[in-house]
Design a protein around this ligand. Sequence first.
Ligand code: SF4
Length: 583
Amino acid sequence: MVMFGYTGKILFVDLGSKTLRTEPTEKYAKDFLGGRGIATRILYENPDALVFMTGPLTSFVPSGSRMDVVAVSPVTGLIGGSSTGGEFPSALKFAGYDGIVITGKSEKPVYLRIENGEVSIESAEELWGLNVFDTIEALTHGHPDLRVACIGRAGENGVKFAGISFSHRNLASRGGLGTVMGAKKLKAILVHGTEGTKPYNPVELMSVFEEIQESIISSGEFLRFKDWHVNFIPTILKLRMPYFGDYEREWEKAEEAAMKAREWFEEHTVGRASCFSCPLRCWGLVKYDGETLPINLCQGTFPAATFTLKTEDPELAWRIYRKCQSEGLDMMSTVAVVAYASRLGLVELGTEEVLEMIEKIVTRQGEGDILAEGIKRASEHFGVPAVYVKGGMESWSSDVRPFVGSALISAVADSGSVNRALYGFPEFYYYIKKEQAEMMATRFVGDVEAAYPWSYSESKVRFAVLWENLHIIADSLGVCVIALLTTPLKLWAKAYEAVTGEKITEQELMTVAERTRTLERLFTLKHGDRKDDLSPRLFRDEPKLDREKLEGMKRVYYSLRGWDENGVPKPETIEKLGLGDLV
Ligand code: SF4
């Protein structure tokens, strides 16, 4: 059967037996749409797999640049998931596949080559040992139509917080997905395609494309990114400042650092970049030391280097950023681990020693070998407590204590880090954009209190559940969540219909999100440990966070999800969501 919007095929590659097969996407699309939904469904029955999955809107709509990557995280033992953009996801569809599922492991380093439906497993012995930038260059020779997903030396050496790099820019960073790829001895995936997939109704799609584009362009996010270094950098740095956990620092210091960074970026920014078909163009192209690299501040990378590592010198922060990108390291985890190493007296923050420590982690020399295991295992080894979130993952370059909704979501999360659920959650920007945060809370849940960072209200829980669902919808359709949040859901439903020919209502999109979320919870119950549904002890014990009230919010959260008081999905919920056959 012809599937509009999808290629109709998911590629399964077993690296142990070197065998290839395909499964029809149709098998999963109705219940899980694509991206995060289908990837979670496949992982549920194949916990050894590393799954790359696009969505039906990938390559068709503004900001439809995304794919989801999931595997069991080597850090948490739970689902490690990340969404990524760039050009690779669209290129994979143009090459003939909606997704790739890698199982087994190769004895020797290999890479996967996918060109217009043809697939081969090639030797990567020459590539092993190269960093991300050199790997991309060796595979593409600068040819712009070839797209690469690869790991750097961190993933090869089993550093537990290695990500998967997509070009010099996007990284599926959280949860150790690059570590999983390295353990499979899979250095890279190269895709090239010219075929594309067809939409059901191109005329209608063109009209809805314009509506979405207009909605994104008239949004506050667009204005924020518009003058990248003037608006974006100071906003993001200030926004991040209150939750970097270093309470001794004063607000003025953050202002100072933000202004210093702004000046530096003004001097060195030479342009803007975007993922496939995205009008937001949230990447700044920064030229420094003869090299031009894209940088995006919003996920906490550069701000983390600035505040957590006490790096007031923007040049040093830039070099730390570049080092993490070239080695394929999750910068949020790296920063947390290096900051922890400074508490042990192993490194002096704000100095060149930080770069040396990162090199030791990547190559696993000396204490770097223990630190490469992640903050939880390092703290067990050194006997000095550390702050981490569920399952031992390093925190989201942020401190959740002043933000109750974030504390709740980090306590109940089942798939990757809290940024997979709460990007742009209004309580985060309450302190710098009070009116906008209040307007959003009133619009979405009819209660202004849901915008207050300190609120434990029932409406805050409803808001958090809704926000989680919107993230899952974006991750499953193949759309960037930043864009999805700027545009009414009914437009995305309209786009889905124009692309696939299948009608879908906003409520049905929500049901897909609920199904996926409950399946993620069932995965945790099958493979993980639910008693981790507590916010981290050091967070919980902070006077600002009332443990009893937080427990009360958790009970409300469970009930809204149709789970029992222990966080276990009720049989009727499983039945209602059509998950009965899996349990
Ligand atoms: S908003 Fe930024 S990260 Fe998202 S698709 Fe657009 S350019 Fe990429």
